[in-house]
Design a protein around this ligand. Structure first.
Ligand SMILES: Cc1cc2nc3c(=O)[nH]c(=O)nc-3n(C[C@H](O)[C@H](O)[C@H](O)COP(=O)(O)O)c2cc1C
Length: 177
């Protein structure tokens, strides 16, 4: 299958990047084709809600990183959302990409699977409860199917994460697809 990883962290070797890397390793070993988009290192403008796309066959007023990403999003079978928790949510870099789904809302609906992987410092689920609910409601609306959620608690940095099973879980999730 064709997989798109949407990663939000500005840390190339941070905790969530590590989950993305392990997930990708497992998925590629299982024979899948993976396209990774690191939102923090791409130019992606926030959606202006101007509805220009709705009146112009999905064409957005911005010509930016989404131009590269959209063909992959439209044709992929699975999207993996990967983000650190920032103030009880996915981070803005990833949120910005998700808002830009709006231009292709109808075309994106249905026939896709999804994965969510998040890291946070908190050792309770309080920091991830909100974004997990948002993710579940978003994929329900878009008629997508969840294939797995990894919430890496108590992972404020890579040293803390090294003490955990989360990287292995990410690898196995990728491999299991
Ligand atoms: C702006 C900001 C906000 C954060 N907010 C939270 C939070 O609400 N809950 C939490 O547990 N950790 C929070 N953290 C900690 C990060 O989620 C954590 O350090 C994570 O491992 C960073 O991931 P990364 O290495 O992939 O960038 C925050 C970090 C930053 C920089």
């Amino acid at each position: 299958m064709k997989i798109v990883i949407l990663s939000g962290s500005p840390h190339r070797n941070g905790t969530s990047a590590q989950l993305a890397r392990e997930f990708m390793r497992g998925a590629e070993e299982a024979g899948h084709e993976v396209f990774r988009f690191d939102a923090a290192f791409e130019e992606v403008h926030p959606c202006m809600g101007c509805d220009h796309c709705r009146k112009n066959e999905g064409r957005c007023i911005f010509s930016d990183g989404m131009t590269k990403l959209n063909p992959h999003l439209l044709e992929c079978d699975l999207i993996a959302f990967v983000s650190p928790v920032y103030y009880y949510n996915m981070n803005a870099q990833l949120r910005t990409v998700i808002d830009r789904f709006y231009a292709n809302n109808e075309a994106l609906m249905g026939e896709k699977e999804t994965v969510l992987m998040m890291t946070c410092e908190d050792d309770t689920t309080e920091s991830v409860d909100g974004p997990v609910l948002c993710y579940r409601n978003m994929i329900k609306y878009l008629k997508w199917e969840d294939r797995g959620i990894i919430t890496a608690l108590n992972c404020g940095d890579v040293e803390a994460m090294a003490q955990t099973e989360y990287p292995r879980m990410a690898y196995e999730l990728g491999k299991s697809l």
